[in-house]
Design a protein around this ligand. Sequence first.
Ligand code: CA
Length: 219
Amino acid sequence: MRVLLVEDEIEIATPLARALQAQGLEVTVCHDLETAQDALLEREPDLMILDVRLHEHEDGGFMLAREARQAGFTGSILFLTARDALSDRVQGLDDGGDDYVVKPFQLLEVLARVRALLRRTTEAKTNLLRFGALEVDLSRQEVRLSGIRTDLSSREYALLERLVLSPSRIFAPEELLDAVWGDAASSVSVVKVTVYRLREKLGAEVVKSNKNGYQLGLL
Ligand code: CA
């Protein structure tokens, strides 16, 4: 996991960077806004730790967060700030921050926040399954084909989710009926119709079928 630490006070940045490295993280340290902007593009960090007040600008950390989010940065942002006024916290959240640590801080506190944020990033990453051009986002229950969102009904999505979660398995129609419809349908013909619709929306090859049942067709 990559961390970008932006902190203009070397006596704060150095021990914090060492502590993060000791956790097995790859840390890039920047002491000013300009090198931070370059590092953000080059390093594609999973987490940014931003001091709010930088020597170029008193809201430098907030500015950087705003720019990063506008540029599509999806990782976590933790602010380090000496100012704990409520309005600062609100502004930081508006600018795309995820959490705060108020200075002076204990290293252990920062490390605990970092672990929590990175855990969230990992979960978000592993909830995205890719099969060729097909992308299934399990957290948002969204499906994209070649990057374009495809609207599925809740049953269509539920059936597809079953298949992508066990891509090498063949599911008997009765099993899919039970898993997706429960008691709401009694005939396996709804499975057939739903597979037909999935193929119409996502391409004929998305679901394979044989005499034993259905399987994800993309690997
Ligand atoms: Ca500072």
